[in-house]
Design a protein around this ligand. Structure first.
Ligand SMILES: C[S@@+](CC[C@H](N)C(=O)[O-])C[C@H]1O[C@@H](n2cnc3c(N)ncnc32)[C@H](O)[C@@H]1O
Length: 268
């Protein structure tokens, strides 16, 4: 996609193309970072949602939205990708949890009225959209006063455009090289869920094509406060020692740097 403008239409088209493999693999539990590390940590970090009108920003095919619904959240999911929303609605038709899904951008949330929600959640999606200030202003608009915004993103300080693991001659990780931190140039990243045993399946699936919009830590924090939120806490979750012992690919993130950043803020 070199030379292509990475606007929302391009993001939607890329995620439409990713949808089939993404849905199949996420629903099969092959996203082990999510299953073992990032989602359990997010559940411990996020506010209570039982009985709360809650919107999931960039919900994808809805795996996390359904988990939030099972915690009692009165869920709405929104995603730019029509294909993702089609899969999410398809699951809802088979096994209803009362979740409403809409196609739309989290950067305007046009289908939703002011003050419609108590909580806005977002897991691993805000770094994949071109307009972060717009997304946080839209979240502020659809939340009632005192409503909570809680999100996870790839950690902007460590997962930079020039990220590279440094290892010694035995392959042991020595640290993480970051680079081009200030370079806010959108790019397309190609990757697979690599931590699974189905190597034959890995060989036949195309890698995901993920438009990425690198930002600095101050971009995130300042966009939160400029959208009218009071930042309550941030967290840089670390895999447990036990997980690190069991999985070398998690031990890196235990020893050297956090993969993700969480933020919780309240609409002033
Ligand atoms: C990495 S996936 C995460 C999906 C889901 N939150 C999860 O954890 O499974 C990122 C999602 O963000 C969506 N997305 C990117 N930009 C968006 C935007 N401006 N508005 C709504 N969704 C967007 C993509 O379509 C994709 O489904």
């Amino acid at each position: 996609m070199t030379g292509t403008i990475l606007d929302e239409a391009a993001v939607a088209a890329a995620w439409d193309r990713n949808t089939e493999t993404w849905t199949q693999e996420v629903r099969s539990g092959l996203d082990l970072y999510r299953e073992l590390y990032t989602f359990p940590a997010f559940l411990s970090f996020m506010p209570p949602i039982a009985g709360k009108r809650t919107i999931d920003l960039g919900c994808g095919e809805g795996s996390n939205t359904r988990r939030f619904a099972k915690l009692g959240g009165l869920m709405t999911g929104v995603d730019l990708s029509g294909e993702m929303i089609r899969r999410a609605r398809g699951h809802e038709e088979k096994e209803s949890l009362g979740i409403a899904y809409e196609i739309g951008s989290f950067s305007d949330l046009a289908p939703f009225g002011d003050g419609e929600f108590d909580v806005a959640l977002s897991t691993m999606a805000l770094m994949d959209g071109p307009d972060l200030p717009g997304a946080l202003k839209a979240a502020s608009r659809v939340l009632k006063p005192g409503g909570c915004l809680c999100f996870s993103v790839l950690h902007p300080c460590f997962v930079t455009p020039a990220i590279k693991w440094l290892a010694d001659e035995t392959g042991a990780h020595l640290g993480l090289r970051v680079g081009r931190y200030f370079e806010r140039v959108p790019f397309v990243e190609y990757w697979r869920f690599s931590r699974h045993d189905r190597s034959e399946q890995k060989a036949v699936t195309e890698p995901f094509e993920v438009p990425r919009f690198p930002r600095t830590l101050s971009d995130y924090i300042n966009a939160v406060s400029e959208a009218g939120f009071r930042l309550v806490k941030i967290e840089e979750p670390r895999p447990s020692e036990e997980l690190a012992r069991r999985h070398d690919w998690l031990n890196r993130w235990y020893q050297h740097a956090p993969l993700v950043l969480f933020a919780l803020a309240v609409k002033a």
